[in-house]
Structure formats: structure tokens, C-alpha cells
Design a protein around this ligand. Structure first.
Ligand code: NAP
Length: 350
């Protein structure tokens, strides 16, 4: 595929998802400028991509006003921006400082900097989330269909007063700010959002210790490390939508290669539902060395509740991407391989 873009600016390049986006951009021959939070992180990326057209700038905190000005000022080659940087964890005390401000102000800061200092940018892709799509009241309504046009029901009041809703709110209101900016400011760029549910797959990012792995990889880690539940059917109770990180990376790059078609789209990337039981079945089948060390649950029951959940429809996204999704088995096997690798590097035995 070919692209019109001379250089792509990618924010938050040390993250789980962005590491794959960067890998794919480099593999497809793009010139890339990344933003990271510190000099050691920049050094790490530059060493990893030594000899490749990758440069790095430091943006210590995306929520600071003018955070992106210096990164974009004077660089007339940047014609596309992929904004992935945003916190993904459960807020502990302060929903504004921990989640809402970096998500929302982080988004508006990059948009304002583009408009003011990089008017040559013609495309912006923002990593949003299924959290901005999913209607909380409809999770267990099998007559309800979530699609690219659905918006989360989370209110500003919920997001700011109940920490359980703050992450969802951060993604919904950051995405709203993005579309509002395009409508009101009429910048030179078109917009696309990528709205993945929980993302699994191999970890490419530098991990200093296993307790610092990204939130979605930690879900797999915790399922494997939990003690066997008393009721083996527990593992098939909670279902969620999922997608592999390599497919989400692709969903950030395809828009650069189909700019006219990408404009205005929300890309709802998922192949379907999974449960903890599905993850345990895959782990027990593919990693005999973990036998007896991880829960077994109730094999084969992973999808037994799927009919009780909301339906989803993302054929427009799939047709645009031309995607054949990575299977849950491949995704989880590759996730576990890298988790075991990190354990080994750190001298941790399962
Ligand atoms: P991650 O590994 O924690 O990456 C988050 C990135 O954002 C990191 O590069 C982080 O920098 C950067 N960041 C966070 N707050 C920042 C701040 N205040 N200033 C500067 N940089 C900041 O998580 P991820 O899973 O890759 O998430 C990436 C994006 O995907 C986020 O927008 C997230 O909402 C979205 N998403 C993720 C999932 C999922 O299941 N993983 C699902 C849907 C959407 P450091 O590395 O320096 O901390």
C-alpha cells in the first residue's frame, strides 16, 4: 500500500499499543517522529530503531498546555498524526489528574498545536476505545446492537464522581472533544478514531517489572495467576469483547493509506467475545509446562453466556480495513509467550 504522508507523528510510543503501531509504520517504510515522556525512553526507541527513519521528541506530560507545540513547530514534513497516548488504568484518587485531564486536554493540546503550528497535517487518527461506544445499560441486553454509531451512556457526573466510570468517561469525552474540534475549528485535517475493546497480544514495549505491564496484558496475567475459583463456572460468567494488538495497530495505519475513505470514521475493531475460561482453555492446551500451576475452570464452557450479551455489528469497519482478525488462540498464545519471557528475564518462576 502507498501513502501520501511524508512523516507521521506518533504520540506515546512506549505504550503497549503504540509499540506495535511504530513497528508497523517502520515495516511499511514510513518516516516517523514519536513523542515519549523522558530522555531514557527516547534513547531506548532510538537504539531499537537505529538505522531506521525514526526520531523522538520528549513530551513529559500531554495534559500541560502547549505540550505538543515544540514537537510540531518547524517540522513541515509531518502530514499525519496518530495520537495514542492516554492513561489506561483505574483511577485511585483523582479522576481529573489521573485520567480525564490527560485524556481530554492531551487530545485538545495536540489538535491545537497541529492547527497552529502544523497546518500541513491532513489527517489525524485518535485512539479512542469501545469504552466510548459501549452503552452501560445495554451490556446484558441481547436485543441491543453496538456499532460504529453508538455512544457510551457514561455521564460527566459519573465520570467525575465515581472512579469506576472515570476511564470510560476519559475516552468518551476525549473522543467527543476530537469530533467537536473538527466541527467547530474546521482545521485542515480529517479525523478518524480507532475504538478497540480490550486489547491482547504480544508485548513489544520495554517492561521494567511485571507489575508495570499495561492494564490489558495484566488481565491475562491475573487470570493465569489467580487461584482456582471455587465454582469452576465462574470463568465463563463475565464476557467481554476483545481484539489483538496487531489488528489495532493495522487500524491506525490503514487510514493513512485510504485518507478519503477514512475521514469521519470510527473504527470499531473486534472479532468477538471472550471469557476468562477461553483464556484458560488456550493456556492449558498450549502450555503443558503450566499444567497444575494455573486454573482449569470448566473447559469448553467459555462461550456459554454469549447469547445473554449485547450484539455488535462492525462490518463497515471490517470492510474498510479489509481485515481478517487474528484468532483468540493466536493472540493469547503470543501474549503468554511474552509474559513468560518477561518472568524469565526477571528470574521469576511461575
Ligand atoms: P499503555 O501501555 O499504558 O500506554 C499508554 C501510553 O500513554 C504510554 O505511552 C504512556 O506513557 C502515555 N501516557 C499516559 N499518560 C500520559 C501523560 N500524562 N503524558 C504523556 N504520556 C502519557 O496503554 P495502551 O493499552 O497501550 O493504551 C494506548 C491507548 O489505547 C490509550 O489511548 C488507551 O485508552 C487505548 N486503548 C487501550 C485498550 C487496551 O485494552 N489496551 C483498549 C482500548 C483503548 P509511558 O509509557 O511513559 O507511561
Amino acid at each position: 500500500m502507498s501513502s501520501i504522508h511524508k512523516k507521521v507523528f506518533l504520540t506515546g510510543a512506549t505504550g503497549f499499543l503504540a509499540s506495535h503501531v511504530l513497528e508497523l509504520l517502520v515495516a511499511r517504510g514510513y518516516n516517523v517522529k514519536v513523542s515519549v515522556r523522558s530522555q531514557p525512553k527516547a534513547d531506548y526507541i532510538l537504539a531499537k530503531y537505529s538505522g531506521k527513519p525514526v526520531e523522538a521528541v520528549i513530551v513529559p506530560d500531554i495534559q500541560e498546555e502547549h505540550a505538543f507545540d515544540a514537537a510540531l513547530q518547524g517540522d513541515k514534513d509531518i502530514t499525519a498524526v496518530l495520537h495514542t497516548a492516554s492513561p489506561f488504568f483505574a483511577a485511585k484518587t483523582d479522576p481529573f489528574k489521573e485520567l480525564l485531564d490527560p485524556a481530554i486536554k492531551g487530545t485538545t493540546n495536540v489538535l491545537k498545536a497541529i492547527k497552529q503550528y502544523a497546518p500541513q497535517v491532513s489527517q489525524v487518527v485518535i485512539t479512542s476505545s469501545y469504552a466510548a461506544i459501549s452503552n452501560l445499560d445495554k451490556q446484558k441486553d441481547p436485543t441491543f446492537v453496538h456499532d460504529e454509531s453508538t455512544w457510551s451512556s457514561v455521564t460527566w457526573e459519573q465520570a467525575t464522581t465515581d472512579l469506576a466510570y472515570s476511564y470510560r468517561g476519559s475516552k468518551k469525552f476525549a473522543e467527543k472533544a476530537f469530533w467537536d474540534f473538527i466541527e467547530q475549528e474546521k482545521p485542515n485535517f480529517t479525523g478518524t478514531t480507532v475504538n478497540p475493546p480490550l486489547i491482547y497480544g504480544p508485548l513489544l514495549q520495554k517492561v521494567d517489572s511485571i507489575d508495570k505491564i499495561n492494564t490489558s496484558s495484566k488481565v491475562v496475567y491475573d487470570i493465569l495467576h489467580n487461584k482456582e475459583a471455587e465454582d469452576p463456572l465462574t470463568y465463563s460468567e463475565a464476557l467481554g469483547l476483545w481484539v489483538d494488538v496487531r489488528d489495532v495497530a493495522l487500524a491506525h495505519v490503514v487510514p493513512l493509506e485510504k485518507p478519503a475513505e477514512a475521514a469521519g470514521r470510527r473504527l470499531f475493531t473486534t472479532p468477538g467475545y471472550y471469557s476468562a475460561q477461553d483464556i484458560l482453555d488456550i493456556a492449558n492446551k498450549n502450555f503443558p509446562e503450566l499444567k497444575g500451576k494455573i486454573p482449569v475452570g470448566s473447559p469448553g464452557t467459555g462461550q456459554r453466556n454469549v447469547d445473554k450479551y449485547t450484539k455488535f455489528e462492525n462490518s463497515k469497519t471490517n470492510a474498510f480495513l479489509g481485515i481478517k482478525y487474528i484468532t483468540l488462540e493466536k493472540s493469547i498464545v503470543d501474549t503468554i509467550k511474552t509474559l513468560l519471557e518477561i518472568d524469565r528475564e526477571q528470574g521469576v518462576t511461575f
